[in-house]
Design a protein around this ligand. Sequence first.
Ligand code: NAP
Length: 313
Amino acid sequence: MKERLYFDTIILGGGPAGFSAGIYASRGAVSTAIIDTSMFGGQPSNYLELENYPGFLKIGGYDLAEKFEQHADMFKVKKFPMQEIENVDLVAKTISTKEFDFEGKTIIIATGASPMKLGVEGEKEFVGRGVSYCAVCDGSFYKDKVVAVVGGGNSAIEEAMYLTKFAKKVYVIHRRNELRADKIIQERAFKNEKIKFVFDTVVEKIVGEALVNSVITKNVKTSEIGILNVDGVFPYIGIKPNTEMFCTQLKQDEKGFIVTDTTMQTSLEGVYAVGDVRNTPLRQVITATADGAVAAVYAVKYIEEKSHSREKI
Ligand code: NAP
């Protein structure tokens, strides 16, 4: 028989948005739990460094994530990492994991987003053997090698620059002839002599034997097929929301991001969504933490209002 645990607020996801929600909810004197399917920290744990989180001129991603967790500990937020989720019922506000049955009065979804896949031949086959979605985790394996980053957004360009610390050459393969990344990030990358831009080009196939040895490319304007000899491929072509566990239960936008109002409430009363998983116009650590604060304050209000009206929630 599994133990049943009751909390006023249950937060699903222990990244910046989740921890911020935890800190604000707990300070609002409601019992608060954070559940995660892996270790805590979220996406920043994989960032080498942040230079745009106010108050910290430069801080390691892992260090910032650790500070968020310590801050939540200070307010006695209960933490449940490494939970294998079996069922999420957002109407009943219950979450069943292999170990526990959780029941909340409110739920805050902070499950973040995951890298999108290229969907080309060889991508799945070579994961861990030359295909990686985390330059910080795997970059050091490519000392003096040649790698390709695919994409033209902030992630692709920042990670390409990071990879130049190890690799002797980094191709950035982008499907247009203009980058999407912020101008300041672009300028730094254009000055980096190790980066070679391959514009108007898509990857058709990732090729190798035991390990990746090349990518087959196609110029989208001329249809010319090319080959680039590379030891590693890092696709950074955007993110998709982590909503598989409850995707049919909430209103989502056309890309699957959860739709919220300005209080972060979703289409279900008492259920909030924060950070990268929601349809936010800006995906940054600061906007994720701000979302968490807003959601927690309104979750606390919701609990208080319902308890005054003696309505069962
Ligand atoms: P993104 O901004 O959506 O960029 C995705 C890039 O991949 C775009 O250049 C896009 O090309 C390209 N792309 C998309 N699908 C493709 C496909 N099937 N094949 C080839 N290329 C494809 O995603 P992101 O860079 O992962 O960033 C996600 C969010 O996090 C953004 O809001 C970003 O600003 C934020 N972020 C911010 C920072 C920072 O501020 N330091 C760092 C990292 C991420 P098109 O340009 O042609 O659409």
